[in-house]
Design a protein around this ligand. Structure first.
Ligand SMILES: *[C@@H]1O[C@H](CO)[C@@H](O)[C@H](O)[C@H]1NC(C)=O
Ligand SMILES: *[C@@H]1O[C@H](CO)[C@@H](O)[C@H](O)[C@H]1NC(C)=O
Ligand SMILES: *[C@@H]1O[C@H](CO)[C@@H](O)[C@H](O)[C@H]1NC(C)=O
Ligand SMILES: *[C@@H]1O[C@H](CO)[C@@H](O)[C@H](O)[C@H]1NC(C)=O
Ligand SMILES: *[C@@H]1O[C@H](CO)[C@@H](O)[C@H](O)[C@H]1NC(C)=O
Ligand SMILES: *[C@@H]1O[C@H](CO)[C@@H](O)[C@H](O)[C@H]1NC(C)=O
Ligand SMILES: *[C@@H]1O[C@H](CO)[C@@H](O)[C@H](O)[C@H]1NC(C)=O
Ligand SMILES: *[C@@H]1O[C@H](CO)[C@@H](O)[C@H](O)[C@H]1NC(C)=O
Length: 405
């Protein structure tokens, strides 16, 4: 029997023979912690002192492991990711310490010796550039910078109001505390976080393949008044290095763009050798809610740099978990180019990424492309080509196809 939970097959309702064979060939190391099912829950941890502070705990429990994702808008929006080798690890929060000037130790995942991997991402600043006179798409910076918005100086909604246990999602929606030009009078910056109880793809591009081990973040800037006619936006992201080194940035290429129109690349940030964490995204953002080819904007990522040179807004949750001596690395994402579609069209910009621990999910060829190849080459030629391609593209493939039950 084969399982076809997701309605994503290009034809029929079940995978035909060659696909099943391929999926057997591709049964590569399955997730770091080898889990086949996880119980995924999402809970808001209330502040015991009744202050409006957002702390969201996503817990994905497998047979022998637990993944914890802790999202917060205390300080700049940030997430901790922690993987443990027991199904019984838990998150402990000391609110009075977390809200104090020295939050070290206020967040712990217990038992401490079960932790296999931990790191964090912090979204520190929103940039805006005037691209009027910039024709070079890859220019860095992509235009004349306006003063950045520090995300540590935003106020955020009560996340409980947007919590949806059915879709395992919640949205942090914020605007600057000080907004003298009223740029955000009708606008907001939103971080929509979603966890998954099974693998699949969302309906909206870029349709990143997710698993139970990952959570997705969609960042959307909606309705804020730009400061120029051709404003481009950017986001600064900080992360913790493992030891003295920064995580590495990788690009993967594919000939298949069925899930993300005209995007043949997948960018990845990897913290180190397994067991490790990863962030992945397609280098595309969208200028309309219904993302499609017409509203696709390029997304450039700068290399990662240690941030000793300049101070970053501090995240209390990162300090609470990791203490105060950490090596931060940062990179910039910039969305759009001076020509083509842009934020100026509808005052809308969205971009998505996937965060996880273990072996990153990698697109296999989409059923449509496999079908075209099968028809064009005939089954034997197709099997040869497919086998060769997968050998070429490396052994660490994660098959999106369900194993045979
Ligand atoms: C969980 O651990 C047990 C004992 O160590 C082992 O036999 C089993 O295969 C593991 N299960 C998974 C899914 O890794
Ligand atoms: C946030 O919203 C929840 C549910 O609507 C409510 O119970 C809680 O008191 C609110 N928290 C604050 C600090 O307003
Ligand atoms: C929480 O932290 C405060 C201040 O550091 C400390 O006095 C208190 O004992 C802690 N509470 C618990 C339950 O550990
Ligand atoms: C959390 O885990 C630790 C270590 O396993 C245990 O001592 C503690 O009782 C647990 N706390 C809760 C609230 O389950
Ligand atoms: C763009 O270039 C024109 C002509 O050189 C100049 O007058 C204008 O001030 C420039 N605008 C910006 C935003 O740099
Ligand atoms: C916000 O929206 C209202 C009503 O749509 C409009 O009257 C007002 O001018 C807008 N304010 C800004 C700063 O765009
Ligand atoms: C924006 O465009 C309008 C109309 O094209 C022009 O009058 C105005 O000077 C431009 N503003 C800036 C800041 O370039
Ligand atoms: C990100 O861009 C800003 C503004 O252009 C710059 O000040 C900062 O150094 C950049 N950071 C990194 C890590 O490239």
């Amino acid at each position: 029997m084969c399982s076809c939970e997701e309605p994503r097959w290009g034809w029929g309702h079940c995978a035909p023979g060659p696909i099943l064979l391929l999926s057997l060939l591709l049964a590569a190391p399955f997730g770091l912690l080898g889990e086949e099912t996880r119980q995924v829950t999402l809970e808001v941890i209330p502040d015991s002192m009744g202050l409006p502070q957002n702390l969201l705990h996503i817990r994905a429990v497998g047979t022998n492991s637990t993944l914890h994702y802790v999202w917060s808008s205390l300080g700049p929006p940030a997430v901790l990711l922690v993987a443990t080798n027991t199904p019984h690890s838990n998150l402990s929060v000391n609110w009075s310490r977390l809200l104090s000037p020295e939050p070290d130790g206020a967040l712990m995942v217990l038992p401490k010796d079960s932790i296999q991997f931990s790191s964090a991402l912090v979204f520190t600043r929103l940039f805006e550039f005037d691209s009027t006179n910039t024709s070079d798409v890859a220019a860095e910076p992509p235009g004349k910078p306006y003063p950045p918005y520090s995300l540590a100086e935003f106020s955020w909604n009560n996340i409980s109001d947007s919590l949806d246990p059915a879709t395992l999602s919640a949205t942090f929606r914020g605007h600057p505390n000080q907004d003298p030009t009223r740029a955000f009078a009708n606008g907001s910056l939103a971080f929509r976080v979603q966890a998954f109880s099974r693998s699949g793809r969302p309906a909206q591009p870029p349709r990143l393949l997710h698993t139970m081990d990952t959570c997705q973040l969609e960042v959307a800037l909606v309705g804020a008044s730009p400061r120029g006619n051709r404003s481009l936006f950017g986001l600064e992201v900080a992360t913790l290095g493992q030891g003295p080194d920064c995580p590495s940035m990788q690009e993967q290429h594919s000939i298949d763009d069925e899930y993300a129109p005209a995007v043949f690349q997948l960018d990845q940030l990897l913290w180190g050798s397994l067991p490790s964490g990863f962030v992945q995204w397609r280098p595309v953002a969208f200028s309309q809610k219904q993302g499609g080819r017409e509203s696709a904007l390029p997304c450039q990522a700068s290399p990662l740099h240690p941030t000793l040179a300049y101070p970053l807004p501090q995240s209390p949750i990162v300090r609470a978990f990791f203490g105060s001596h950490n090596n931060f690395c940062a990179f910039n994402l910039t969305f759009g180019a001076s020509t083509g579609p842009g934020y100026w069209d509808q005052h809308y910009l969205s971009w998505s990424m996937l965060l996880g621990v273990g072996t990153p999910p990698v697109d296999a060829f989409s059923p449509l492309v496999l079908g075209i190849m099968a028809v064009a080459l005939g089954a034997p030629g197709f099997m040869l080509l497919a086998g060769g391609l997968f050998l070429l593209l490396g052994p660490k493939r994660y098959s999106e196809y369900q194993p045979i039950n």
